[in-house]
Ligand binder design. Structure first.
Ligand code: F6R
Length: 242
């Protein structure tokens, strides 16, 4: 599906999420950070303000989190998602499930997070962005397709891309906890948002290329309910429709 403009993307995907919570107020949504889903969160905040969305009985799950930032640092993904969405809606305290980067044993924390996801019956709708190198979450090229939540080293290109959010490039953490590719694929429904020309090659390879760990987003081909929401620039390298 091709749409133009951030507002249209926000309205479209935000509308699906409002419908989900209206049908099933206790549904679980998976939240990504970054610029791609930002218009969706803006739409949800406005929908809550105008009485069209309640998340009071919902759960939210974070896709990934940096390791190594002090608790409460404004660039933790927990803080970012709070500013973008959760501080402005009525999600109950404690209803955000996220890897805890301050856990003394990060590997054990990843296992705890996986067990939590299992216990709640998985994520009903997972929002994703895609990196220019085809990453999803912090699953960089070469990530095993059967990977679960784990500690990863960030690729230098991802650190460079994310440096715009930090005062100094070397402040960008070198490690993160991310849901694995198999964890992401266990969501019941996935919506991937990509905008701008920098994503065009990865989008085309993910949708039309072979499934290959060199391009983690290609694994989404294995999922039965994925919707790609693309602007014209991000869709530019897809084959023309017959
Ligand atoms: C964010 C995440 C990343 C981003 C991806 C695209 O939680 O896990 O995979 O979705 O880097 O980022 P943006 O949307 O900023 O282009």
């Amino acid at each position: 599906m091709q749409v133009s403009g951030a507002d249209r993307i926000g309205e479209l995907v935000g509308g699906w999420i409002i419908d989900l919570f209206s049908d099933r107020p206790d549904a679980t949504i998976g939240l990504a950070n970054g610029s791609s889903p930002a218009p969706v969160y803006a739409h949800l905040v406005e929908a809550h303000r105008t009485g069209r969305l309640s998340m009071a009985r919902a759960r939210a799950v974070l896709l990934d989190e940096y390791l190594g930032l002090p608790a409460g640092h404004p660039r933790t993904y927990r803080a970012e998602i709070a500013r973008a969405l959760l501080d402005h809606v009525d999600l109950a305290p404690g209803a955000l499930l996220a890897p805890d980067p301050s856990a003394p044993d990060p590997d054990a924390e990843c296992e705890r997070f996986e067990r939590t996801l299992d216990a709640i019956g998985g994520i009903d709708l997972q929002l994703l962005g895609i990196g220019a190198d085809g990453h999803i979450g912090f699953n960089e090229p070469g990530s095993p397709l059967d990977s679960r939540t784990r500690v990863v080293e960030l690729h230098p290109i991802t650190r460079r891309d994310n440096a715009r959010f930090f005062d100094q490039p070397d402040e960008v953490p070198t490690r993160a906890i991310t849901q694995g590719i198999a964890t992401i694929l266990s969501a019941h429904r996935i919506v991937v948002i990509a905008t701008g020309p920098a994503k065009a090659s990865a989008v085309a390879r993910a949708i039309e290329g072979s499934v290959d760990p060199a391009l983690p987003a290609s694994a989404l081909q294995h999922h039965p309910a994925v919707t790609w929401v693309l602007d014209t620039a991000a869709a530019a390298q897809l084959s023309p429709r017959a």
